[in-house]
Design a protein around this ligand. Structure first.
Ligand SMILES: C[S@@+](CC[C@H](N)C(=O)[O-])C[C@H]1O[C@@H](n2cnc3c(N)ncnc32)[C@H](O)[C@@H]1O
Length: 244
């Protein structure tokens, strides 16, 4: 994801400037070659659906976002970190129309999958940042988040890569600063060592563990990623943390 190495099959659309971050990002931003229809969703739909002023290119001064302009209303603001194919995000945003929902995902194929679902199920209360959530944290105006979903974050199984996990201070501290008092932070993972690190590091950032179970939340919506984990015999942990 650098200027020197442009992804050749991304449509040359200014909306994709938002994919760029100047941070170290170790995950994948691109998978299989996008189908023509997916390229069309990115060209035609993403400009109206994405949050402006998040990427460093678009907002080099890192001015705070005008959330009222982007997501009008006074409903609670929810964030989904790494929405993958978008199944949980689209379901939740549609089921909670009073909520203002932001989804972040740097993997362009996942963004295209979400855009396909949003053609079928439009969600006027949803905005996407097709990039790194850390860029969003920079520009959120104060303590605004009422609920945050971290569903099956990248596991980074090798010990030398554990510091790349989301559940590290680099991510958790700005997340905590963006949460309102009493905000809910949900973490689902199927990786035992990720579950361990979550229990260690999330409270250190200030969150309080409220619920820790193998049963999903009542309003949970399973994703293909979770279904694969279940088929392969992995055991999900569903944890809820709260800010004081
Ligand atoms: C294992 S997938 C799970 C996808 C989805 N949440 C689900 O449960 O089906 C983790 C996702 O987190 C995304 N991700 C990783 N680092 C991220 C970051 N810094 N900001 C936003 N998303 C990130 C990855 O691109 C990937 O799509």
């Amino acid at each position: 994801m650098s200027d020197e190495n442009p992804k050749p099959d991304l449509p040359p659309h200014p909306a994709l400037a938002a994919l760029r971050t100047n941070r170290n990002f170790y995950g994948r931003v691109h998978g299989k070659t996008l189908r023509p229809a997916q390229r069309r969703y990115l060209s035609e739909d993403l400009p109206a659906l994405r949050l402006r002023g998040v990427s460093i290119d678009e907002n080099p001064e890192r001015e705070k976002l005008d959330l009222q302009a982007a997501l009008p209303g006074d409903g609670p603001l929810w964030l989904e970190v790494g929405f993958g194919g978008g199944e949980h995000m689209v379901h939740m945003a549609h089921a909670n129309p009073q909520v203002r929902y932001i989804g972040c995902e740097p993997f362009v194929n996942g963004v295209a999958m979400a855009l396909y679902q949003l053609r079928e199920t439009p969600c006027p209360n949803l905005k996407l940042h097709p990039g790194d959530v850390r860029d969003l944290f920079d520009v959120l105006p104060g303590t605004v988040l009422g609920k945050v979903f971290l569903n099956y974050p990248d596991p980074w199984p090798k010990a030398r890569h554990h510091r790349r996990r989301f559940v590290t201070p680099e991510h958790l501290e700005p997340l905590f600063r963006a949460c309102k008092p009493g905000a809910e932070f949900r973490v689902a993972t199927d990786i035992a060592d990720y579950a361990r690190q979550t229990l260690e590091e999330v409270p250190q950032a200030g969150f309080v563990l409220e619920r820790d179970t193998g049963e999903p939340w009542a309003d949970w919506y399973s994703t293909r990623y979770e279904q694969k984990a279940l088929r392969e015999g992995r055991v999900p942990h569903y944890r809820t943390f709260r800010t004081p």
